[in-house]
Design a protein around this ligand. Structure first.
Ligand code: SF4
Length: 281
């Protein structure tokens, strides 16, 4: 019996998902495999994969599937990434066309190994999507680019409808909390819709969650996603607590009262879940 299996066995009832299946799920899966695309849906072991892929939506992960960082709560592989694929922008844009997506989310691993940390491919990808799919709305879920505002500006200049950067957790449990806040602040100064996300169940307190909401609002963030953290393997940070659905509902109401335009808060929410709604924030 593997540890992963044990982890799954311990999941509370509200976190249990059915095996993904369905006609559209198979269609998206085949497309993703055929074009050798990376999705955070798969690389991040997202529990919504059946639901989202059946609705014909997916979050594309550009610049490969190996991250140069080793965040202890992230499910994406880390190590030495491969060289960037300069045909990737076109492949992603063509796939979005074949899938007929009206909204797409693009994200990437952190590429600290590259001089521009991948900003050029990021900008090319968004421009190519817009060129081939002029009606498609785009959310760019960006890494922190080590806080380099010149690189972040390259993404802003491509004018995606939403730019998001996840703060991930509360300040006490984070290694880059202030830098992420600065990134969000920079985006919000020059862009209408700024979004962020946090995971609960890492050992944070109620007060720390409210403080994080306040910090994000002060930085200009308009949309927040709140979901349950899941440990991808036994080497990852263990789950400290499975937060009950009622508590997520409470955070949704608190967030709206505090001033967020959208608060997506439930155990299975991930940053790109039902992202198409957030272009109206
Ligand atoms: S929530 Fe986002 S990452 Fe998860 S399956 Fe849906 S689109 Fe993919």
């Amino acid at each position: 019996m593997t540890n992963e299996f044990n982890n799954r066995q311990r999941l509370p009832q509200w976190m249990k998902m059915e095996m993904p299946k369905g006609k559209n799920y198979s269609k998206v899966k085949n497309l993703v495999e055929k074009h050798k695309l990376h999705t955070i849906c798969k690389s991040g072991n997202c529990p919504n994969i059946g639901d989202c892929w059946n609705r014909g939506t997916a979050t594309f992960m550009i610049l490969g599937d190996i991250c140069t960082r080793q965040c202890k709560f992230c499910a994406v592989k880390s190590g030495q990434p491969l060289q960037p694929d300069f045909e990737e922008p076109e492949k992603i844009a063509e796939s979005i066309k074949i899938m007929g997506l009206k909204h797409c989310v693009i994200t990437s691993v952190s590429r600290d190994d590259l001089d521009d940390q991948g900003a050029k491919i990021w900008a090319c990808t968004i421009r190519e999507i817009k060129r081939i799919n002029p009606e498609t709305k785009i959310e760019a879920l960006i890494p922190d680019f080590r806080g380099n505002t010149e690189l972040i500006q390259q993404i802003i200049d491509t004018k995606p409808e939403v730019i998001s950067h996840n703060i991930e957790t509360v300040e006490r449990l984070s290694t880059n909390y202030r830098r992420s806040l600065d990134v969000i602040k920079y985006i919000s100064c020059s862009h209408n819709i700024t979004k962020s996300g946090i995971m609960l169940g890492l050992g944070e307190t109620h007060h720390e969650i409210l403080q994080t909401m306040d910090d994000l609002l002060r930085a200009g963030c308009k949309v927040i996603t709140i979901g349950q953290y899941l440990a991808a393997t036994v080497k990852h940070m263990p789950v400290a607590e499975y937060i009950k659905p009622e508590k997520f509902m409470e955070y949704r109401l608190i967030g709206l009262e505090k001033g967020f335009k959208f608060v997506e808060s439930s155990p299975l929410v991930r940053s790109s879940y039902r992202a198409e709604q957030h272009t109206n924030a």
